[in-house]
Design a protein around this ligand. Structure first.
Ligand code: ZN
Length: 427
């Protein structure tokens, strides 16, 4: 059941469908491709200018010194805040404004925001300019509804999520923008599907393992030491011990798709011996080094340091058992897993709003990959964070990416109801 006031709010959002589509198209037309980080400033200013005209206090923060930041490609973030009539909590909607490169295979122009059959097409349509636009329209409609709102509503457009968020949410979190007392609840409108409330994500550890050998003439391999064979032994260990152990591990994380409810390991690349890109036959040589890059994904129950120690123990075991086995291991990248408790208000209120708008229960899930929640949790120390937004996750980063207009309208309704409930405690 909805209150009459809520019914009016939902109707008002429906009446703003054209505005929602128009804003999504405007945002898609800024080709904010990352890397390298193009067009951040005009995109952030477009958003900031719209909200400033509606009475928000708008601030721009350049992530000076962050990776990729330069006068030519400044990492510009925009944060807009609307104060309510009396003290209360702050609900913050955070979206990244960067998109990945369009790549090949498009049948529509990637940066025009073509509308066809109830869908808006373009790079970033679902990941995540459609979600950003939905949060803007949701918040504006809530403010315009004339309800006496306590607390504050914030909307941010941040840089560099696709490359780790260091010039965006991480930079802001380090400076207090995502911590209490400024902010209490954060909703990130990533495209996790309109009926799913995402409470967190798995962790990541990228590493590089190199085995070492000794070069020799390929006609007399016994005079050298073949690093590729040593790497073969590493791969054998992964196959016979590590992969089976990973697949047995259980988790409390409701990761979607279900295949990701165990830790996973991807052998991302392997290279040994001479580069064969030169054309023609390579020289007959025994390879003296071989390198793999591993992409290990972690569950909330796992400790990153322990995971690293297990990998080293496996390699040290080979040092003990395999003659002349030598290796090096190097960390490339790491993210700790993050999961908000399902009974936190931001989770509960958003789930209730999903049920109210869609007439079916919300599915609580976790993401197999990562997004900016890690910085809000680990740096901002704010545990009240979820991802909720329109769009089909599988379409992100694909050619002919789109977001459904109905999805955007429904998610805007959910965001408005959830924000209203979080601000007023009135549900
Ligand atoms: Zn995204």
């Amino acid at each position: 059941m909805t209150h009459p006031r809520e019914d009016a709010l939902l109707r008002e959002i429906e009446n703003r469908t054209d505005d929602l589509v128009a804003l999504t198209r405007e945002l898609i037309r800024f080709p904010t491709v990352n890397p390298p980080g193009d067009a951040y400033q005009p995109c952030a200013e477009h958003l900031g200018e719209r909200l400033r005209k509606r009475g928000f206090k708008v601030e721009y923060v350049r992530a000076e010194g962050a990776p990729g930041d330069s006068d030519d490609k400044p990492r510009i973030n925009v944060i807009a805040r609307h104060e309510g009539g009396r003290p209360g909590p702050c609900v913050h909607f955070n979206s990244h404004i960067d998109v990945v490169e369009p790549g090949e295979g498009w049948t529509v122009p990637p940066f025009e925001g073509l509308v066809r059959d109830g869908k808006v097409y373009g790079r970033g349509a679902c990941d995540m300019k459609g979600g950003l636009a939905a949060s803007v329209v949701a918040v504006e409609a809530l403010i315009d509804s004339g309800v006496d709102l306590p607390g504050a509503l914030e909307i941010s457009g941040t840089a560099d999520e696709e490359s780790g968020g260091y010039g965006g949410v991480a930079y802001l979190a380090e400076r207090g923008w995502f911590s209490k007392p400024r902010v209490d609840h954060v909703i990130i409108p990533e495209p996790l599907n309109v009926d799913r409330v995402c409470i967190g994500h798995r962790g990541v550890w990228w590493s590089e393992i190199t085995t070492e050998g000794r070069i020799a003439h390929g006609s007399m391999p016994f005079l050298g030491d073949n690093a590729v064979r040593h790497m073969g032994a590493v791969l054998d260990e992964l196959e016979s011990r590590i992969f089976p152990a990973l697949s047995r591990q259980a988790t409390a994380m409701p990761v979607v798709p279900e295949g990701a409810r165990t830790p996973t390991l991807n052998i991302n690349s392997i290279h040994g011996g001479q580069d064969d890109a030169t054309g023609g036959l390579p020289s007959p040589l025994v390879p003296d080094s071989c390198r793999i890059v591993l992409d290990r994904r972690l569950l909330i129950e796992e400790d990153l340091d322990e995971v690293k120690a297990q990998m080293r123990a496996m390699l040290d075991g080979l040092v003990q058992t395999r003659p002349n086995f030598r290796y090096r291991i190097r960390d490339l990248f790491e993210v700790r897993p993050s999961m908000t408790e399902p009974d936190r208000p931001v989770v509960r209120m958003t789930c209730e709003a999903v049920e109210q708008v869609l007439g079916r229960p919300a599915q609580i899930c976790c993401s197999p990959g990562t997004y900016d929640q890690k910085h809000i949790d680990r740096i901002g120390k704010l545990r009240d964070c979820i991802a909720y937004g329109p769009g089909i996750l599988d379409l992100a980063h694909q050619p002919d990416e789109y977001v459904g207009v109905d999805d955007m309208v429904n998610s805007a309704k959910v965001m408005a109801l959830a924000a209203y409930a979080l601000l007023t405690g009135d549900r």
